[in-house]
Design a protein around this ligand. Structure first.
Ligand SMILES: CCCCC/C=C/C(=O)SCCNC(=O)CCNC(=O)[C@H](O)C(C)(C)COP(=O)(O)OP(=O)(O)OC[C@H]1O[C@@H](n2cnc3c(N)ncnc32)[C@H](O)[C@@H]1OP(=O)(O)O
Length: 392
């Protein structure tokens, strides 16, 4: 629908720049609302005009939505009629951002433009070595700057649900980050969610070998995915910008630091889904919060607020959503200035003691899940979600 709308828009406006020039005009009207990073934002707006190639309709809608969110806040305009294709596509894109703070939207806009500039050859001069963007990711934004590699889950319209492609891309990004010259690595989400966990449509793509083969392949994928977090050699920090579900929660036990917005929640509804714990949570959560609290989460699916998750040790610190990005990035920038080898070696000392155990737990959890995925309980839960009969 969105693509069709933009095709129509392009017919009316031969240059894609005409379509996205609207926010540039508005920027000048919003100068009064300048903040510290307004300059970066303005530079990004200018960079967009220098792009030599059309970034595509989906990206243009994202740019539009982030711009509106950054300058006007959440979408509170009336929804355009179904036949008003262009404005409806724009409205949908903006509305998807929910209550994302203006500051985050501005940062995401700058990041997105920056990644486009390198992938689409902006004609502007980029100072070499200061800010490198990795391209070739469909489901992530990956940037590396000031000693920090930032991996952003980037399917906001699907609440950053992790599809098969995203599992592979996260593993690729982590492998690249482990070898690049950054000191620390950050994982975060774009939009109002951190992540809604496993994309439940992953279960619909059944190979010729049937559901048994699907379950086997999924267990192999999951084991490899979690293994990357166990083995990741540098300090790994989660910046949990919003609600987190399922595997996006369980793997937090393998991070070194977890910062959360007070809007974030932590939910592992495995029993509701006919599934069982993964991400080494059957071991890490028990160590972190003790068996009773871990059971409430992993067996009974109790959803924790950010404050509760912090009190139980899963989260390192919680910040008000309005200052979340600013406060967290100030800390992260300071961490990134510490001697990288010392940090890596300290992490190695801490992790090595547990590594063998963690790999064994991971293998066991995956093998149990392989069976669970074939159960009626699990299949019914997935069918109910996909037929919109249930939500968490
Ligand atoms: C292969 C390795 C397997 C590893 C094992 C992992 C296990 C897990 O992670 S278990 C957890 C799985 N996740 C869920 O069960 C969450 C399911 N989603 C929901 O319950 C809801 O979507 C919500 C509570 C997360 C958000 O609700 P709401 O704010 O009302 O937003 P929508 O439901 O309208 O969502 C917007 C859009 O996104 C799609 N979506 C959201 N989450 C998922 C998901 N996990 N899988 C697939 N799709 C998801 C949702 O369907 C909507 O899509 P459209 O209808 O096309 O707009």
């Amino acid at each position: 629908m969105a693509i069709a709308a933009w095709r129509l828009a392009q017919r009316w406006c031969p240059s894609y720049l005409q379509v996205i020039s609207f926010p540039v005009v508005q920027l000048h009207m919003n100068r009064a609302a300048m903040t510290a990073s307004q300059k970066d934002f303005e530079n990004a707006m200018n960079q967009v005009k220098l792009l030599k190639k059309d970034p595509g309709n989906e990206v243009k809608l994202k740019l539009y939505a982030l711009y509106k969110q950054a300058t006007e806040g959440p979408c509170n305009m009336p929804k355009p009629g179904v036949f008003d294709l262009i404005n409806k596509a724009k409205w949908d894109a903006w509305n998807t951002l929910g209550s994302l703070p203006k500051e985050t939207a501005r940062q995401n806009y700058v990041d997105l433009v920056s990644s486009l500039s390198s992938s689409l050859e902006s004609s502007s001069q980029v100072e070499p070595g200061t800010d490198r963007k990795s391209t070739g990711y469909e489901t992530l934004m990956v940037t590396s700057e000031g000693g920090i590699t930032k991996i952003t889950l980037n399917r906001p319209a699907k609440k950053n649900a992790i599809n098969v492609e995203m599992y592979h891309e996260i593993m690729r990004a982590l492998k690249a980050a482990s070898k690049d010259d950054s000191s620390i690595t950050v994982l975060t989400g774009n939009g109002d969610y951190y992540s809604s966990g496993n994309d439940l449509t992953n279960f619909t793509d059944i190979p010729p070998g049937g559901v048994e083969e699907k379950a086997k392949n999924s267990a192999i994928l999951l084991r490899e995915f979690v293994g990357c977090f166990i083995d990741f050699p540098k300090p790994l920090i989660a910046v949990v910008n919003g609600p987190a579900v399922g595997i996006s929660v369980t793997i937090l036990g393998l991070f070194d630091v977890v910062y959360a917005s007070d809007r974030a929640t932590f939910h592992t509804p495995f029993s509701h889904l006919g599934q069982s714990p993964e991400g080494c949570s059957s071991y890490t959560f028990l160590k972190i919060m003790g068996p009773a609290k871990a059971t409430e989460m992993l067996v009974f699916g109790k959803k924790l607020t950010a404050g509760e998750a912090c009190a139980q040790g899963l989260v390192t610190a919680v910040f008000p959503d309005s200052t979340f990005q600013k406060e967290v990035w100030t800390r992260l920038k300071a961490f990134a200035k510490l001697p990288p080898n010392a940090m890596r070696i300290s992490k190695e000392v801490i992790r090595n003691r547990e590594k063998e155990k963690l790999h064994a737990v991971n293998a066991e959890e995956c093998s149990v899940l392989q069976e669970r995925w074939l159960s009626d309980e699990c299949m019914n839960a997935v069918v109910n979600f996909l037929s919109r009969k249930s939500k968490l």
